[in-house]
Design a protein around this ligand. Sequence first.
Ligand code: MUC
Ligand code: MG
Length: 368
Amino acid sequence: MKLQTIESFIVDLPIARPHKLAMAVIDRHSQVIVRVRTACGAEGLGEIAIIPHYGEEAPGAIKAMIDECLAPHLIGCDIRQLGALHLHMDKIIKGNAYAKGGIEMACVDALGRALGVPAHQLFGGKVHDRLPLLWVLGNGEIGKDIDEALARLDEGRYRLFLVKIGKGDPQENVDRALAIREALGERARVRVDINQGWDEATATWGIAQLEAGGIEIIEQPLPAHNIDGMRRLTERFTVPIMADEGVMTPHDALRIAACGAADAFSIKITKHGGMLRTQQVGNIAQAAGIQLFGGTMIEGQIGTSAYAQIFSTLPNLTLGAQLFGPHLLTDDIAAPALAFSDYALEVPDAPGLGVTLDVDKLKFYQRR
Ligand code: MUC
Ligand code: MG
């Protein structure tokens, strides 16, 4: 099953409302779509969703990396050997996790389709059939966030929420998260993601109030490089401290685990550079007794299926999954394939990623 073609397309998709994070406001969501074909006719899709300023990547740079740097050297590689594919990509160029992850995702889809098995079976098989879903509140305004959370609760889809804070006045951040927590009461659980927005003194002050007010998890309060600070916060507070931007590679995972600098990891195929690497990070966490949360970069149908399938193989993924992308995006370049019920996403069982490209939508949303 040798790779014959690797193509990439940048698309900009509409979203339901502006999504406000500490580092950016998203009003259209950019993805790089990867399509691979093998000499024997197998075809697969990968999706790389990009949140501006979350990391160092940008859609044009990812596309150039795939088209000009990686693809020409991967033609002829056998998609049945995913480990060898990664070694080969790492020899071509260091880093560039997003581009490599998108290519690997498309190869996994093609391989699963060719073999007639869901992607999770290529990684040991699922241990979770369903993943409890988390919705991210990113309006940046108390009233709008509360109304949105109540609507999601009434729909029966989400009862786990995360408030995006870390930008502007820390007192406003804390007050907003606690007001939302208070308004939702016993109907929901609430977490915060600070996206590296606080320094250690602010975090020590703010987390004390968030913990006392019933916020259940604190995600990435400090800059990714401040591992010592994360360790001090983890030791100081009972409320779990989660690493996100701080845990990119398996080496990061090992370092954080070894010094106790987080209680939990948010994991994502994109930042780790593929499904295999995500599983490696998950395995290190499991060995260290660190809980996992299934993160997102706001993927659509293709990426969300891949994320759900690799998350489903990880026994210590006990904190739910932030796979709200298909509900925040108002359109997609792949036909709807994912099933949601009773506050959870059902892990797909169709061959590969189980998604079908809508060629007209791809043309319509493709960046020229
Ligand atoms: C993050 O930091 O977890 C994904 C969705 C969202 O709202 O934020 C991101 C990234
Ligand atoms: Mg995060």
